[in-house]
Ligand binder design. Structure first.
Ligand code: PLP
Length: 404
């Protein structure tokens, strides 16, 4: 049900909370693209943030084993000990972070993990700073907690990175939290260690928490090394690191994510989760432990393939007059400006906004993308290159033809 389709009749029964929250625009577009495909249209979908690779065999085998051995019952709310330990190992191995298992909460995907942390810390009246372009769910999650998102716009000129000055200007006595996401969905931008230290310096001595969403920490393409704000020892107690298995191991449907934070935050978030969902699937937890502890070569192979796709799509899009695209350093999205196309007419359709561009590409040229409006930044499109090379080639040709 979207807010537009609510009738006055039903609206009066619903909570103010649900009326405040928007449905995920990326899921809406992906659903429309899937429907068009089901109706027989040959749609190339670059709208979903979902790797096209299968979940690795050894991970699936661990799940099958779990089922065969009857590991199908309730587990501890915060996750099975094996998995909490595996998450600690992952943090040590990949991020230079040291946590104990009681500083880890496993949840039903990165989304639930982040929502738990926001609900545990934020109340009505609290402000949460979110740099735009942002991942679509951040502001809505803050609204679910009755807190207020404070959006700070970054620009293509600053490579979509928040500056210390912008952060300082956004802070008020009500600021409770900053949501930080590097590499970023939707821009692929990454902050260097130096940039992160400069930003975090602004928070020094203040009771402001940081959610560091590190969903794409393994999908970086070499130019900038991943750095976590939790690596800054003075800040560790106020940083909540979130991550998930979804993108790194091609496990979107398994629903396993986690946060790492000071034990008192984990205990509070686990208390909420215990009343909302208990825990994620016992079978998925076994699979996740196997993924984190297994041979990581599979992750490196996927990363190499994403890099190849990034370079291809970036090169092809850059050939289109009216599209300006920075080369992203991580994640698997391109976020080009389409402002150079606005006010122009293509095949009888005049494009006035990035929503028009996305609509035109989907309906007339069968390529699904997401307008930047969904990420708080009109004038841009997000294209996911987590699609096969054949699909990307088809999409590139169609986009070039659409704007020839
Ligand atoms: N954080 C970011 C930046 C994401 O892009 C996503 C998924 O698109 C998530 C969190 C949530 O991931 P999950 O599918 O594990 O809930």
């Amino acid at each position: 049900m979207t807010n537009d389709t609510l009738s006055i009749e039903t609206e009066r029964f619903l909570s103010r909370r649900v009326l405040r929250v928007q449905e995920s625009p990326t899921l809406q577009i992906t659903t429309l693209a899937k429907k068009m495909s089901a109706d027989g249209h040959d749609v190339v979908s670059l709208s979903a943030g979902e790797p096209d690779f299968p979940t690795p065999d050894f991970v699936c085998d661990a799940a099958i084993d779990a089922i065969k051995h009857g590991f199908t019952r309730y587990t501890a709310v915060a996750g099975i000990p094996d998995l909490r330990k595996a998450v600690c190992e992952k943090f040590k191995r990949d991020n230079g972070l040291h946590y104990s298992p009681d500083e880890i909460l496993v949840a039903g995907g990165g989304k639930q993990a982040i929502q738990n942390a926001i609900l545990a810390l934020c109340d009505e009246g609290d402000e949460v700073i979110i740099p735009a372009p942002y991942w679509v769910s951040f502001p809505e999650m803050v609204k679910i907690a009755d807190a207020t998102p404070v959006i700070v716009q970054t620009t293509i000129e600053q490579k979509f990175k928040l500056t210390p000055e912008q952060l300082a200007d956004a802070i008020t006595p009500r600021t409770k939290m900053l949501i930080f996401n590097s590499p970023s969905n939707p821009t692929g931008a990454m902050y260097s260690e130096q940039e992160i230290r400069a930003l975090m310096n602004v928070l020094s001595g203040k009771d402001i928490f940081v959610i560091s969403d590190e969903m794409y920490d393994q999908l970086v393409y070499g130019e900038v090394a991943h750095f976590s704000p939790a690596q800054i020892s003075d800040l560790r107690e106020r940083v909540i690191v979130s991550n998930a298995l979804s993108k790194t191991y091609s496990m979107t449907g398994w629903r396993v994510g986690y946060i790492a934070a000071a034990k008192w935050i984990i205990d509070a978030a686990a208390k909420l989760q215990s009343q909302m969902s208990s825990h994620t699937s016992s079978i998925s937890q076994k699979a996740a432990a196997a993924a984190l502890m297994g041979n990581q070569e599979i992750v490196f192979n996927m990363r190499d393939e994403f890099k190849r796709r990034r370079d291809f799509l970036h090169r092809e899009l850059s050939k289109v007059q009216g599209i300006t695209c920075t080369l992203p350093e991580g994640a698997f999205y391109l976020f080009p400006s389409v402002e150079g196309l606005l006010g122009k007419t293509f095949g009888g359709t005049t494009l006035q906004s990035s929503v028009d561009v996305a609509d035109f590409l989907l309906k007339k040229h069968l390529v699904a993308t997401v307008p930047g409006d969904a990420f708080g930044t009109p004038g841009y499109l997000r294209l996911s290159y987590a699609a096969s090379m054949a699909e990307l080639e088809k999409a590139a040709l169609r986009i070039q033809k659409a704007f020839a």
